[in-house]
Write a protein that binds this ligand. Sequence first.
Ligand code: HEM
Length: 495
Amino acid sequence: MPTTNTINTPAYLLEQAKRRLTPTLNNMPGLGTVEKRLRQHDFKQFVLAEPPAGSGLKPVMGDSGVPILGHMIETFRAGPEYLLEVYRKFGPVHYAYSPALPSVAALGPDATQAVFSNRNKDFSQKGWDPVIGPFFNRGLMMLDFDEHMFHRRIMQEAFTRSRLTGYVGHIDRVASAVIANDWVENDARFLFYPAVKELTLDIASVVFMGHEPGTDKELVTKVNDAFTMTTRAGGAIIRTGVPPFKWWRGLQARKVLDQYFEERVKEKRNSDSTDMLTVLCHTADEDGNTFSDQDIVNHMIFLMMAAHDTSTSTLTTMAYHLAANPEWQERCREESERIGDGPLDIEALDKLETYDLVINECLRMVTPLPFNVRSTVRDTDLLGHFIPAGTNVVTWPSINHHLPELWTDPEKFDPARFAEPRNEHKRHRYAFAPFGGGAHKCIGMVFGQLEIKTVMHRLLRKYRLEPPYPGYRAKLDYAGMPVPMDGMPVILRPL
Ligand code: HEM
């Protein structure tokens, strides 16, 4: 089944070559020096918009960075670390012009709270449109206010404990089979990130799309490829629907997904399977409202995206830190030993409490969705600053996760910070928000945690994880969701 995770196959070697040779803002020679200089440079500041007379509001100050690229080099290369510098230098509200996404950065826990709690409904999800809109049109996260609540109440029924029980069974079957048969042992060239990405796609084809493991291979591969393309397209630098650019390929891929799900919905309306697609065909809110066929197509495409890269990123961070911290790996394995090798259910997974601490610490250290985008529906006051209607506003929970005023020694891997009596995540309501907050808080949070625990439990029962060499440090690419630039080698030592 897998192609990329078997060492020395042409697919593996090709993937490695692509990883090294595809030019990005992260691997182009000389850009490290440019990044350093840009981060030290004082750009000329200007006023975004004059506050109305007598409002008592302060103007938002900002700058344009370098021509054409704005602050893309600093953001794509350093991610939250760069935004943390912006916070220290300019405070919680600062504007950056960029051709891709001119926006106000809302930084620090108070700004995160103001945007997520959205008390006056000033902030709309339309901010996401220029980032991923054409590929994930009318997914739940893209909807606003009353319409969003209407859809969310119906979708909530697909995430009840009894529904989750059904999904866990599917996840476990795929994870157990793939980890047992396909992953390469005792080899420092084994790349964890592409292998686990492929595994979570395999899981998605069963849990979300309802294909039996290993069946409908050609169709599943076509859909998975289309799906991967839509998720990559959001990170395109040339953002126009002209062939052969990434953005255009993303639009073509969305058409493939639309057609696939339109046909599958018709089949699944009369099915009683326990996959997510079938479940969405039958869920209703308390008033009996249900989804149309078109709604289900839109929601499924978004759900697959929302579930996939986030879980992959968390599992990758987890493998990295468990390999580097054998004492935490051992604590997790001891819990896994207690629940044993039988088929997993939610009750068993609930007992993996050390895993919860480790997962939280990984989400804190490398937040899969480092930022969230909104746009203002009217002139707005954000922490005493005037923001005009129609402005993009970006919150960065990921920088809150590294503030020394909230976390003790924030760069240290220290899962115990989430346990009694330390409870560092409770120092501010938005000290820790990897799943967002407010009306759009991640609906798949528990699903994601169960998937991550299932995969890691199966892995730790079979292998000891080791870094490829002592002192190995991963370097992340922040052009989309954070991914390790080298694919993250991890050695799997059979127990
Ligand atoms: C570690 C895993 C995950 C992380 C870190 C994560 C993170 C997030 C975040 C930060 C948001 C809020 C976005 C915003 O406010 O603009 C969100 C929303 C969402 N997530 Fe997740 N997510 C994860 C897993 C999942 C899974 C497994 C699913 C589905 C099975 C899922 C489905 C969704 C959906 C549908 C929304 C939109 C909710 C709404 O707008 O009402 N996520 N997620």
